[in-house]
Design a protein around this ligand. Sequence first.
Ligand SMILES: [Cu+2]
Length: 466
Amino acid sequence: MNKKISRRDILGFAATGLAGGALLLNQRGDAQAQTAQNASPARVRQRWEKSYSGGPVNIKPLPAGLPGKDYRPVVIPNGAALPFKVNSGVKTFHLIAEEVDHAFDAGLRAKCWGFNGRVNGMVIEAVEGERIRIYVTNRLSVATAVHWHGFYLPNGMDGVGGLTQPYIKPGETVKYEWTLRQHGTLMYHAHHDEMTQMGMGMIGMFVVHPRNPAPEDLVERDFALLLSEWVIEAGTARPNTLKMNDSNVLTINGKVFPSTAPLVCKSGDKIRLRVGNLSAMSHHPLHIHGHHFRITATDGEAIPLTAQWPETTALIGVGQTRDLEFIADAPGDWALHCHMTHHVMNQMGHQFPNLVGIKPGGLEEQVRPLLPAYMTMGHEGMDMGRMAEVMPMPKNTISMKGKAGPFGDYISMGGMMTLLKVRDRLKSYDEDPGWYQHPAGTVALKASEEELKRDGIDMSSNDNVR
Ligand SMILES: [Cu+2]
């Protein structure tokens, strides 16, 4: 990985011919140019070696990689890439730790801690082989330190407050600098008073693009998604980071559904979801509908094709990243969500007694003076979505439910959920294409009398289903 990028490599990169892309370089490249010789060691590694730790420490840095030329930037729903400058060949970033008045959703704001005005959504993007310098300014009222999670770097750059460096005190700016000897999906986060500072939102994704990408590295849509969890009690203005198990706001890039921006794709696009989890206590089994993905990398290390794991649900443990890749070949609006059912609920959905099967009558009216958020859960006959819409809510809260969908009915998920919107035709990747228009006859609708009769479904007896 520490060799110079050659013309041959550049041709190989261009020869993959990314459909419709603003990329890249020299389009005269031939398809044969890309060979294993310019693949990174991570991709061709066949067996255990003496060291996996990124090779020699004192390698000569490669020139700073530039978006559109050396890499296609990741797509960051509800977020942004941290800007950079190149100073004497060193890619230079300025990360600012600060308080942020963050909107999780239209109905819920909280004073969180984040970076450069964003909570969970500020992504650092860089390129393998380049030298990076990251200034971290502390605008909080407490000391901090920032750890680069999963990186091969000199120990003193590792960012563990008190262990590998003195704290970054309020008002101070500290300089981190090293040469990137790896590529992959990595993360960064506060590493001082961890429970408080990470719980307040001081986490982010750090994507290092390969210097000489192999054809299989290139995708049309490369999404960065960071999972987290919060405890924000109804009506309060700050996350409660002391609670261990009662997270009630589950987020992707700091947003809950329906405020999570959809992942917009064109039919046939190759998609990569770079998913990280920096929740306090929860692992998240992220589940996709209508597609299968392969887990192509873990914690910034590529998995050989023969060992890739096909899944529809990938467990993203705390502190882990997974790259999930698939072809978006099924047009539609597909749910992409954590499969823990409590993690696709919003704030108000978790703390009610189980009254499945009862007829509540006037129960809610009687209970509500005592418990303003009270709503009977899951009993027969109530339209839960409507209820969530009309019931009076405490200030600064989000209801348990998602939003009205294309059929007028409520989508009963919130929290850690987004939509994968795959379309044959797209005006722009940057525009929500609206609800999917299903071709006639392809929606599950109420069966007609004729259909029931035709297929011998006898509604007057249970004999045919027992
Ligand atoms: Cu989850």
